[in-house]
Design a protein around this ligand. Structure first.
Ligand code: DX5
Ligand code: ZN
Length: 216
């Protein structure tokens, strides 16, 4: 499968949100990556339901929603109603991950689980069958524009071989510090979906940056 590019709207210009959504629509990107932060799970607050509703009204590509919130179970239905196609929860925020993943699938969304940089991929061993996407955080979540953590390459390789051994087809997504420079090495390691915020929206030529990462 060709890899996917999911620009993170966290790096968009919120004063020109419709313009930036239209930009993703017409770019080589595949998904919209939407970062929801609650100021509790992470030390930052991003945006909530009314903003996502506005994004969804203009978006013509799947919505990949990354929840950096405590107790995400309370909002699964709400994100379905907003139009989420992929819904990712943090393992560090889920006491009953197996139940949460199944609840997401029961709502006809792809079930994603995100792992902080300190969380070993082995923790997923007994729930691999329940997962459609694993988001490996390659920065500590909470902010865009941070430096990529190199250890991520080992985690991608380890997770890919775990999934292969278990005969499970899941997407491996990399989130944080992805650039035109490290994209191809990440793909070589086994990544399927690259999230890119600053390296697309803050590029001198965002369309060219999206194309470069998509063709990496
Ligand atoms: C970080 C978010 C990321 C962020 C990536 O907590 O989950 O999606 O927007 O931004 P860049 O690509 O700038 O590191
Ligand atoms: Zn994210």
């Amino acid at each position: 499968m060709a890899h996917l590019l999911a620009p993170s709207l966290l790096a968009a210009d919120f004063g020109n949100l419709q313009r930036d959504v239209e930009f993703v629509n017409s770019s080589d990107a595949d998904w919209f990556h939407i970062d929801v932060m609650d100021g509790v799970f992470v030390p930052n607050i991003s945006f909530g339901m009314p903003v996502i509703k506005a994004i969804a009204e203009h978006a013509k590509k799947p919505l990949d929603v990354h929840l950096m919130i405590v107790d995400p179970d309370r909002y699964l239905q709400a994100f379905k109603d907003l139009g989420a196609d992929v819904l990712t929860v943090h393992i560090e925020a889920c006491t009953h991950l197996h139940r949460t993943l199944n609840a997401i699938r029961d709502l006809d969304m792809k079930a994603g689980v995100a792992l902080n940089p300190h969380t070993p991929v082995q923790i997923l061993k007994d729930v691999l069958q329940e997962i459609d996407l694993v988001c490996l955080m390659s920065v500590n979540p909470g902010f865009g524009g941070q430096k990529f953590i190199e250890k991520t390459y080992d985690k991608v390789r380890e997770l890919r071989s775990m999934a292969d051994e278990a005969g499970v087809e899941l997407l491996i997504e990399i989130d944080g510090g992805v650039t035109t420079e490290n994209a191809s090495a990440l793909l070589e390691a086994g990544a399927d979906v690259l999230v890119a915020g600053s390296s697309v929206f803050r590029a001198a030529d965002p369309a060219a940056a999206a194309t470069a990462i998509k063709n990496a």
